[in-house]
Design a protein around this ligand. Structure first.
Ligand code: SAH
Ligand code: SF4
Length: 317
């Protein structure tokens, strides 16, 4: 745990506190393989997007988003995704396979070694599980990966520095809350079951009433909040009447709301909301006592939203 995950060492020979005999045996029987940077793009705003290739040549995305003194890394949990959200490039791709816990945590080692080789001074201090895939659809491996991410001998991230974003999967969402491993962000995107089902077919399996009830009984630390994510889609979910329904729906959930403007990429059929419309929506929610943030769109010049770079490159090939 200390050598591989704590130090990022991938040669058994260098693990000098392990007996010579065991090192020989390990070298014979095991290989240490991490995701490898296959393609990289840097945005004008400093966002770095990686395409990482896995041992079986499958490809996933991971993104480093800079702020003043650190990077936030966005990591993937599946190759593709089976949830089929209509506005998401990964959803349109469908699911190819689940990632293993090693591939999930290994994305951090890949990014760190890239930063080191290229003399980037900023550390990766924050993580978001918001790349390709639905983390709770691969919960067993994600949970194992998070244990490595949190382990002080391994990647050593504190709970407050890691956020898992999910559409909500029955049973798994409760388990995520109980695990206390990381913070939770819930992709809501609609204040009613009907509209949510249209935008996110997977919502049909988990009624909004049950989902909200689960969030209401979530055990949170004193000042902790669930992040509710809401992608703003022009003329679809961005009216003040949607905002009013959202206020009612979330009245008993301890949350803050994160509005994300739609990033079109190659997705057709939706448009981003107008700036004034977002301001009005945000203003309404704030007037009802909610903390609301507008998520900055980073790296749009390099197709940095969920699934976009992979789609773009496959199209080109
Ligand atoms: N599967 C998880 C995590 C990955 S997606 C989930 O859906 O929560 C991370 C976030 O990006 C989600 O809130 C998702 O709705 C949002 N997203 C997906 N495609 C988008 C797009 N084209 N523009 C803006 N946000 C998008
Ligand atoms: Fe999957 Fe999340 Fe994209 Fe929906 S938004 S298809 S759950 S990755």
């Amino acid at each position: 745990m200390k050598w591989i995950w704590g130090q990022g060492i991938d040669d058994f020979e260098l693990m000098t506190n392990v007996s010579k005999k065991l090192r020989v045996k390990l070298k014979q029987d095991f290989q240490i393989i991490h995701p490898v940077v296959k393609h990289r793009k840097t945005s004008k705003d400093g966002t770095i997007k990686f395409l990482l290739s896995l041992a079986d040549e499958m490809v996933i995305e991971s993104v480093l988003i800079p702020s003043d003194n650190h990077y936030t890394q966005c990591i993937s949990t599946q190759v593709g995704c089976s949830m089929g959200c209509r506005f998401c490039s990964t959803g349109i791709m469908g699911l190819e396979r689940n990632l293993t816990s090693g591939e999930i945590a290994g994305q951090i080692l890949a990014a760190r070694s890239f930063l080191k080789q290229n003399n980037h001074p900023l550390p990766v201090n924050n993580l978001v599980l918001m790349g390709m895939g639905e983390p709770l659809a691969n919960w067993t491996q994600v949970k194992k990966g998070l244990e490595v991410i949190r382990n002080p001998d391994a990647l050593c991230f504190s709970r407050r520095k890691v956020t898992l974003s999910t559409v909500g999967v029955r049973g798994k969402l409760d388990d995520l809350g109980r695990s206390r491993l990381v913070l939770t962000a819930l992709s809501l995107h609609a204040p009613h079951q009907e509209l949510r089902k249209q935008l996110m077919p997977a919502a049909a399996k988990y009624n909004l009433g049950e989902l909200i009830a689960c969030l209401e009984r979530y055990i949170l630390a004193p000042r902790e909040r669930i992040t509710v994510e809401y992608v703003m889609l022009k003329g679809v979910n961005d009216s003040l009447s949607h905002a009013a329904d959202l206020v009612r729906l979330l009245s008993r959930v301890k949350c803050k709301i994160n509005l994300i403007n739609f990033n079109p990429g190659q997705v057709t059929g939706f448009k981003p909301s107008e700036h004034e419309v977002i301001e009005a929506f945000q203003g309404y929610l704030r007037s009802r006592g909610f903390t609301v943030m507008l998520r900055k769109s980073m790296g749009s010049d390099i197709f940095a939203a969920c699934g976009q770079l992979k789609t773009k490159i496959q199209d080109r090939q």
